[in-house]
Design a binder for this molecule. Structure first.
Ligand SMILES: Cc1cc2nc3c(=O)[nH]c(=O)nc-3n(C[C@H](O)[C@H](O)[C@H](O)COP(=O)(O)OP(=O)(O)OC[C@H]3O[C@@H](n4cnc5c(N)ncnc54)[C@H](O)[C@@H]3O)c2cc1C
Ligand code: FES
Length: 285
């Protein structure tokens, strides 16, 4: 038997007893629009092929042609489009950044736990592209007319994300940059104590670099305020079987038991101190 024709490779015939991409939950998603949010982060609006809409904090596994399959949070759902906001960090995200309107990726999901949004005042604390799931949460919070502060940090002004969107959603926006090019100079954790003293919050939501989230969790819980954090760990399967995203020593898996966890749960794990790398080895954060 010779090699299959080109069209056979693109559209394989389903043979009885075999599986197609769809059988494994993959859905083809066409890019409706893309927007450069910063020099490193690009948002993609995908035609929504999922059977149910993701909740804030949930993620999808995105398989990019010629690249690998990577976990990405949902940063918004509007006009029947899913928005993902992706930092250009390595080989797969670079391939994704090269795609434009009309390009196609495969997605599976939505996966994981979500933020629980039934309080009357919130503080959202985000660093870098970690604000992606927070701005989606903000869209839900704003619909309920609840008071919300959006504290966002980045290395420099051009990397601050979704400021206008947060203002449009009625958030009290506070900015901090490491080089002082916008807002106060420093890290979000430098202003957190003052903010927690100044205003009353029922719930803190956080996403960003893990060391930052560790400080946010400690400071909020130290004042008796509940906190939920969305974690990023190395993921391979995305649905609980490979163990690459496990939190030691509890065995909790970020892909299925998370990515959103209550702060108290995280403090009983290696959160903020150690994680597993691509080979499964435990490394310092
Ligand atoms: C639940 C979750 C939600 C995420 N949401 C977003 C998001 O909204 N926007 C965004 O830009 N990024 C997000 N990420 C991170 C994103 O998955 C990685 O940056 C991406 O996988 C890097 O792929 P790469 O091939 O471009 O980089 P690589 O060249 O493979 O590596 C670059 C860096 O990314 C890390 N990385 C690589 N593969 C993975 C993986 N499968 N899981 C976790 N880390 C990995 C590597 O350890 C390395 O530090 C999320 C990760 C998780 C776990
Ligand atoms: S990514 Fe495989 S168990 Fe979580």
């Amino acid at each position: 038997m010779g090699l299959p024709e080109k069209h056979d490779l693109q559209k394989p015939e389903k043979v009885e007893g075999t599986f197609s991409y769809e059988d494994f939950g993959f859905r083809s998603a066409r890019i409706k629009k893309s927007v450069n949010e910063s020099p490193t982060v690009k948002s993609f609006y995908l035609e929504n092929p999922l059977r149910k809409d993701p909740l804030p904090g949930q993620f999808v596994m995105v398989w990019v042609p010629g690249g690998e399959e990577i976990p990405i949070s949902i940063s918004g759902v509007e006009d029947d489009a899913l928005r993902i906001s992706v930092a250009n960090k390595g080989k797969t995200t670079a391939k994704l950044h090269a795609l434009e309107k009309g390009g196609t990726v495969m997605i599976r999901g939505p996966f994981g736990t979500h933020f629980h949004l039934n309080e009357s005042s919130y503080l959202l604390v985000g660093g870098g592209y970690g604000v992606a799931p927070l701005i989606y949460a903000a869209s839900f919070i704003s619909k309920s007319g609840t008071e919300c502060t959006y504290l966002v940090g980045a290395k420099t002004a051009s990397e601050l994300l979704f400021l206008e969107e947060a203002r449009r959603l009625g958030m009290d926006v506070r900015i901090i940059t490491e080089d002082g090019s916008a807002g106060r100079k420093g890290m979000v954790t430098d202003v957190l104590d003052k903010l927690l003293e100044e205003k009353r919050f029922d719930l803190v939501l956080t996403c960003g670099p893990e060391r930052m989230m560790y400080e946010v969790v400690r400071k909020a819980l130290g004042r008796g305020i509940r906190v939920q954090a969305s974690l990023e760990r190395y993921m391979k399967c995305g649905f609980g079987i490979c163990g690459s995203c496990v939190l030691d020593p509890t065995g909790l898996r970020v892909c299925t038991d998370g990515p959103v966890f209550d702060g108290e749960v995280l403090l009983s794990t290696d959160f903020g101190r150690k994680k597993r790398d691509a080979s499964g080895s435990v490394v310092e954060i």
